[in-house]
Design a protein around this ligand. Structure first.
Ligand SMILES: *[C@@H]1O[C@H](CO)[C@@H](O)[C@H](O)[C@H]1NC(C)=O
Ligand SMILES: *[C@@H]1O[C@H](CO)[C@@H](O)[C@H](O)[C@H]1NC(C)=O
Ligand SMILES: *[C@@H]1O[C@H](CO)[C@@H](O)[C@H](O)[C@H]1NC(C)=O
Ligand SMILES: *[C@@H]1O[C@H](CO)[C@@H](O)[C@H](O)[C@H]1NC(C)=O
Length: 452
């Protein structure tokens, strides 16, 4: 069958739909993980990884013409939401060459940056898939997740993250009929920041009121965003880490518009009107006073690989670490005014917002009960590496909010990274070789995945 014939068939069948291209086959890298049962019996599961749709080449159906370049939509192909949705196709991903993603049997590495041809790529986000077109779903409550991580080259300003998000198992194909790409092409991302940088929201192109980013040459923001609850198991680099729970008024994928989405960059006083708890109830030992716990040469020595175990019980979410055969428990908070709980508890969530003088979005969204509801629903596992054009990841490893007095407000110091060095321009120039390696991922009832 000729190419033009194919194109004709495709567009009759899928008129008005978020399309798939056919220049590059989509071949998901394979990754094994280990599923354990309550009795400690474990089995290997063959899974796949899929690249987020938002990072893919988006071009005119059966044509090399770009729909989206350098942070902008092509205004001929994308002269309306429906035309853009119908005329643009998501392409298969070149995992290693373009994105620097390499999977072994039970490990996967994500390079921070790659250079290829006359172009380059910064950052990536992968989802765990159970099959070609379904994400792997995990229900966290009363379970634990263990993984090994090597982030010794992940320096200041870069975030190597492992999150659970309440995405649809099929990437939104059933919910939104115009989405014909689905989980096979990594569609349907949402999180508690309600990102408006997504090129497709609810199966349609997000072209309305799109504004290219002033700082990120490949990104921008449209009118619509996609919100959903999120449990951030691991935001990290070699200097700091945090774990945090981010709840929303809704349980699953929700579309927001304009200001209703915005988490942090609109006018002061309005900034917490956002729908979800973007800041979250979090635990970062450095921020809580235990500054000698985590880092190169510290108790958890980030110059070498280590294991992170996260346990999700009804009363607490906590983590411990294993390095060189030794179990290292999460330290208690050292700041006055916080209970001695070494993890997320209702009390830690309530008291830290008071101590840090933050609006209580966690409480307003229903607090611990809503958090437990999130942990009781199936979620998608996302792994990413990125720098941050909005907040320079200062909230992770440096000082935020920035205060020019000598007495930073409690909770503003989150790590030892200098404020001025976290700008993506500097980070990309200084650490082009950074990469994170995730391996030996294990999941099962609390106590089943590791002996420690
Ligand atoms: C895609 O896969 C098909 C079937 O396996 C193969 O014939 C074709 O050459 C592949 N196309 C590309 C661009 O790799
Ligand atoms: C959408 O495409 C159709 C068919 O090419 C065209 O007639 C219509 O004018 C386009 N819509 C807009 C808003 O330009
Ligand atoms: C993956 O497993 C196969 C079979 O057990 C082995 O031959 C191969 O070396 C392994 N590859 C890596 C990267 O560990
Ligand atoms: C690991 O532990 C062994 C035995 O306790 C010790 O000899 C070795 O130096 C440790 N290695 C590292 C990298 O800490």
């Amino acid at each position: 069958m000729s190419k033009s014939h194919l194109a004709f068939l495709c567009c009759l069948a899928f008129a008005g739909a978020q399309q798939v291209g056919n220049f590059q086959n989509e071949t998901h890298p394979k990754l094994q993980w280990i599923k354990c049962a309550a009795d400690g019996e474990c089995q290997r599961i063959n899974s796949e990884l899929v690249m987020d749709a938002n990072l893919r080449w988006l071009h005119k159906v059966d044509d090399w013409h770009n729909c989206f370049t350098d942070g902008q939509w092509d205004n001929k192909v994308c002269n309306s939401v429906d035309n853009c949705t119908a005329n643009c196709a998501l392409e298969g991903a070149q995992y290693s060459y373009v994105y620097g993603v390499k999977a072994g049997n039970d490990s996967v590495s994500q390079q921070f940056m790659t250079k290829f041809d006359f172009s380059r790529n910064v950052g990536s986000r992968l989802f765990f898939s159970a099959s070609k077109d379904k994400y792997q779903m995990f229900t966290l409550l009363n379970n634990e997740l263990a993984f090994d991580v090597d982030l010794s080259t992940v320096e200041c300003g870069i975030n190597a993250a492992l999150h659970f998000v309440a995405m649809d198992e099929d990437g939104g194909m059933a919910r939104y009929a115009s989405n014909k790409a689905g989980a096979e092409f990594g569609t349907g991302y949402c999180d508690s920041s309600c990102p408006r940088s997504l090129k497709f929201v609810a199966g349609k192109a997000n072209t309305d009121m799109w504004i290219p980013s002033e700082t990120d040459p490949v990104s921008g923001a449209g009118l619509l965003g996609a919100c959903c609850p999120e449990f951030a198991v691991w935001n990290s680099n070699a200097h700091s880490f945090s774990m945090s729970s981010h709840i929303c008024p809704g349980d699953d994928y929700q579309v927001c518009q304009g200001k209703d989405c915005d988490a942090w960059w609109i006018a002061p006083g309005e900034r917490y009107n956002a729908r979800c708890d973007f800041w979250g109830c979090g635990y970062n030992p450095y921020r809580l006073g235990a500054t000698d716990f985590y880092g190169k040469g510290k108790k958890v020595d980030t110059s070498k690989k280590f294991t992170v175990v996260t346990q999700f019980s009804e009363t607490k979410v906590t983590q411990f670490f294993i390095q060189n055969g030794t179990r290292i428990d999460m330290p208690d908070p050292l700041l006055k005014g916080l209970p001695k709980h070494n993890g997320l508890t209702p009390d830690i969530c309530a008291k830290s917002t008071v101590l840090f003088d933050e609006p209580d979005r966690f409480g307003l969204n229903g607090g611990w009960q809503t958090h437990l509801k999130m942990l009781s629903r199936p979620m998608v596992l996302a792994m990413s590496i990125n720098d941050d054009h909005y907040m320079h990841n200062l909230w992770l490893d440096s000082t935020f909010p920035i205060d020019d007095t000598d007495h930073p407000i409690p909770g503003s110091v989150r790590g030892d990274c200098p404020i001025d060095d976290n700008d993506p321009q500097m980070v990309e120039a200084m650490y082009p070789k950074a990469k994170v390696v995730w391996s030996n991922i294990r999941f099962g009832p609390i106590g089943s995945t590791v002996k420690a």
